[in-house]
Design a protein around this ligand. Structure first.
Ligand code: PRX
Length: 656
C-alpha cells in the first residue's frame, strides 16, 4: 500500500515548544531512576550489550524453567528467552499470594451504577482458577483461542488470566465493536469459545453484548460454546447446547488450578488492530517478552510503589488496558482501579470522584479525554480532593501543549510529573517516554527512548534525517515485548512492518527529534486514522461505506479536530451519480457505526460526482486530506487525471 502513504519528506513540524519541566525533587529523590545521568547509564548499557542487559532484567519474572538465550534474531522474526518456562497468571497472582500481598487489594472495581467490588490477590487467584476450570470443562486446551467480549467488569481480567493459566490464547474484542467486527475477529482467530455477558452499563443504558455475540456467532461457526457472565441480571436468550451461564457452570468447580509451565514464546494473546487494508490484523504477543516489557515499564515509567493505587482509564479491549490494567500492574503486585462506565455518568466529575474516593496516586489516560475535561471546565475537578495524585500519564495520540499544561496544573496541581508515553498495539509496552524522576519534560514530547529501544527518524532513503526535520519513525533493534507476527499471516507481518525501511521496523508514525534528542510524534503517516486515540484504517471504513446499497465508491481521510485529534471525513460517490441529502448522510454514518462500531462513525460525509485520481486510477487521498482540512493551497497536482474534479470538490466542500 506504499502508494497510499504520504511522502514523509512532506512532514514538517510546526511545533516550537520551549517550556521545560524538571522532575520535582521530592519525586526524584524516591525514584528508581533518580536523574538523567542514571537514565543515560542504563540506556547505554542496554544498547551496548542487549543480551546481557535483558538477561539481567529477566530476573523480574518468576520462571518455572531457566531460559537458554535472551534473543534469537532471525530477521524480522524474534524469539526471546528460548527454552524458558513460565506462566503469566502465576506471575500476576500466585507469586503475590505467596507473600504479604496475599490480602492486598488487586482490583478496586466500580460499576457505573455505583456498585463496588474489591478483589484481593487471593480472591483474584481463586476466581481465576475457578474460571480456568470452567474453560477446561468446556474443552479448552493450551493453544486454543478464546474470544472475550465483556464490559469492564472483574470477570474480564479474570477470563484473561484464566486463559493464560491453562495456555489458551485470549482475543479480547472491545465491547463497542459491532457484531460484524466481532464475527470477523472470531473467524480469523478460529476461537472455540466466546466469553460474553448479559450486558454492561454505559451512560445509564445497557450495552447489548449478548445480542451482538449471538449475531456474530451466526457467522462464526468455529465458536462451539458461549459462556455468559451475569452483570445486569436481565434475562437474555440462551441457545441450547451452545450457551452456558457462567455462574451455573462455576458452581462446585474446584477453586484450585495448577498453572501450566509454558514456553517463553507460547502465545499469550491475539489483539486485533487496524492497518492499511480493510482487514484488521491479529497482533500476536507471546508470554515472556511481553510480560517482561509490561513489568519493567511499570517500574521505569510509572515508578510503581507497593502502596500506590494505579488507575489506567483505558478499556481492556485496547492494548493499553491489556498492558496497564491487567498484565503490568498485576505482575508487580499493584492495586488497580477499574471503572465500568462513562466519565460523565452520572455527572462530569465521575473520574475525579473516583480519584478522591479511591485515593488514586497514578492516573493514566488519553489526550482526547483530557481535551474533553478542558471543555467541561475546571469546576468539575475543583469539587474534589485530588491531592493523592503523584504521577500523571497520557497515551494514544499526540497531546497538544495546551492540554498538557491544563493536565499539569488543574489535575496535577503543578506537582505531578507527566509521562507522555508513546507505543503501539504492536510494541506491547511503552517504548518512548520520560522517566518521571529523571527526564525533564516538554509539553507535547514523548521525550526519550526506554532502555533497549533504538528509535530513529529517517527519510525515504532509510537514512537518518537531520535534527529538527520530520521523517518516518523506525525502530532499529528488536525488543522483548514486540509483536511476533500477524496471526495466520507472517508475510503480511514482514511486508507491513519490515519492508518500507529495510532492516528496520516502521511504526507508521511521522516524528522529528529536537536538538536535545527528544522525540516529537507527529501522528500517523500511513492510512491509519486516530480518532479519540482509537485506531481505524481508512480502507476499513471505506469498505463499510461501500457496503451501503446506494454507494458506488468512497475515499476516507482525516481532518484535524480540536477534541478528538482527528475526525473522519468520507467522500462518497453514489450509484447512478447525483447528490445525497442530509438523511442519506445520516444513514451512511449510522451504517458505518453499525458495521464497525460507533468509534468509526464519520464526522462528515461529502457527496461528490467523482473522486480525484491519478492516471493509473489511484485515489489521491493527499489532495482530499488538503480539502478536508481546509488547506488554502493544495499539494502537487501534476499526476492528477482531471483537475476540474478537484476544483468542483473544493468549491462544494462543506456546503449543505
Ligand atoms: O500514532 C501513534 C499513536 O497511537 C498509535 C498506536 O495506536 P494503538 O496501536 O491503538 O495503541 C495506542 C496505545 C498504545 C501510534 O502509532 N500514539 C500512541 N501513543 C502516542 C501516540 N502518538 C503520540 N504520542 C503518544 N504518546
Amino acid at each position: 500500500m506504499a502508494g497510499r502513504t504520504a511522502p514523509p519528506t512532506a512532514i514538517e513540524s510546526v511545533l516550537s515548544e520551549t517550556r521545560l519541566f524538571r522532575p520535582p525533587k521530592a519525586f526524584a529523590s524516591r525514584a528508581r531512576v533518580p536523574d538523567l545521568a542514571s537514565y543515560r547509564k542504563l540506556y547505554a548499557a542496554s544498547v551496548r550489550n542487549p543480551g546481557a542487559f535483558w538477561a539481567k532484567q529477566a530476573g523480574a519474572l518468576l520462571w518455572r524453567g531457566r531460559w537458554k538465550k535472551a534473543l534469537t534474531w532471525d530477521p524480522p522474526f524474534a524469539k526471546w528467552f528460548v527454552g524458558g518456562k513460565l506462566n503469566a497468571s502465576e506471575n500476576c497472582l500466585d507469586r503475590h499470594v505467596a507473600t504479604a500481598r496475599r490480602n492486598k487489594v488487586a482490583i478496586r472495581w466500580e460499576g457505573e451504577p455505583g456498585d463496588q467490588r474489591n478483589l484481593t490477590y487471593e480472591d483474584l487467584l481463586r476466581e481465576t482458577c475457578r474460571f480456568a476450570n470452567v474453560l477446561r470443562g468446556l474443552g479448552v486446551r493450551a493453544g486454543d483461542r478464546v474470544g472475550i467480549y465483556l464490559p469492564m467488569i472483574p470477570e474480564l481480567p479474570i477470563a484473561m488470566l484464566a486463559c493464560a493459566r491453562i495456555g489458551a490464547v485470549h482475543s479480547v474484542v472491545f465491547g463497542g465493536f459491532s457484531a460484524e467486527s466481532l464475527r470477523d475477529r472470531m473467524n480469523d482467530a478460529q476461537a472455540k469459545v466466546l466469553v460474553t455477558a448479559d450486558g454492561g452499563w454505559r451512560r445509564g443504558k445497557i450495552v447489548e453484548l449478548k445480542a451482538a455475540a449471538d449475531a456474530a456467532c451466526a457467522g462464526a461457526t468455529c465458536v462451539e460454546k458461549v459462556l455468559v457472565v451475569r452483570r445486569t441480571g436481565r434475562d437474555v436468550p440462551m441457545t441450547a447446547g451452545r450457551d452456558v451461564a457462567y455462574e451455573e457452570a462455576a458452581r462446585g468447580v474446584p477453586t484450585r488450578c495448577e498453572p501450566e509451565a509454558l514456553d517463553a514464546e507460547h502465545p499469550l494473546y491475539i489483539l486485533y488492530t487496524s492497518g492499511t487494508t480493510g482487514k484488521p490484523k491479529g497482533i500476536v504477543h507471546t508470554t515472556a517478552g511481553y510480560l517482561l516489557g509490561a513489568t519493567k515499564t511499570m517500574e521505569w515509567v510509572f515508578d510503581i510503589r507497593d502502596e500506590d493505587v494505579f488507575w489506567c482509564t483505558a478499556d481492556i479491549g485496547w492494548v493499553t488496558g491489556h498492558t496497564y490494567v491487567v498484565y503490568g500492574p498485576l505482575s508487580v503486585g499493584a492495586t488497580v482501579v477499574m471503572y465500568e462506565g462513562a466519565p460523565d455518568a452520572p455527572e462530569k466529575d465521575r473520574f475525579w470522584d473516583i480519584v478522591e474516593r479511591h485515593r488514586v496516586n497514578i492516573f493514566y489516560t488519553a489526550p482526547t479525554a483530557i481535551r474533553t475535561f478542558v471543555k467541561w471546565g475546571k469546576d468539575y475537578p475543583a469539587r474534589h480532593d485530588l491531592s493523592s495524585l503523584r504521577l500523571l500519564g497520557t497515551v494514544g495520540e499526540p497531546i497538544n501543549p495546551e492540554a498538557w499544561m491544563w493536565y499539569h496544573e488543574t489535575i496535577g496541581g503543578g506537582r505531578c510529573p507527566i509521562v507522555d508515553t508513546w507505543w503501539q498495539t504492536e510494541t506491547g509496552c511503552i517504548l518512548i517516554s520520560p522517566l518521571p524522576g529523571a527526564t525533564p519534560t516538554k509539553p507535547g514530547s514523548a521525550t526519550l527512548p526506554l532502555p533497549g529501544v533504538v528509535p530513529e527518524v529517517v527519510g525515504d532513503d532509510g537514512k537518518p534525517v537531520p535534527k529538527g526535520k520530520g521523517g518516518r519513525l523506525v525502530l532499529r533493534k528488536p525488543w522483548p515485548s514486540m509483536l511476533r507476527t500477524i496471526h495466520g499471516d507472517p508475510d503480511r507481518y514482514v511486508s507491513q512492518y519490515w519492508s518500507s525501511v529495510p532492516g528496520s521496523y516502521f511504526t507508521g508514525d511521522g516524528a522529528h527529534r529536537d536538538k536535545d534528542g527528544y522525540f516529537w510524534i507527529m501522528g500517523r503517516i500511513d492510512d491509519v486514522i486516530k480518532v479519540a486515540g482509537h485506531r481505524l484504517g481508512t480502507a476499513e471504513v471505506e469498505s463499510a461505506i461501500v457496503s451501503h446499497p446506494r454507494v458506488a465508491e468512497s475515499a476516507v481521510v482525516a481532518r484535524p479536530d480540536e477534541l478528538t485529534g482527528s475526525a473522519i471525513v468520507a467522500f462518497v460517490v453514489l450509484r447512478g451519480g447525483g447528490k445525497g441529502d442530509n438523511a442519506l448522510e445520516d444513514e451512511i454514518k449510522a451504517h458505518v457505526a453499525r458495521t464497525i462500531g460507533p468509534v468509526a462513525r464519520p464526522a462528515q460525509v461529502q457527496f461528490t460526482e467523482l473522486l480525484p485520481k491519478t492516471r493509473s486510477g489511484k485515489i489521491m487521498r493527499r489532495l482530499l486530506r488538503d480539502i478536508a482540512s481546509g488547506a488554502k493551497q493544495l499539494g502537487d497536482m501534476t499526476t492528477l487525471e482531471d483537475v476540474a474534479v478537484l476544483e468542483r470538490l473544493r468549491a462544494e466542500y462543506g456546503e449543505e
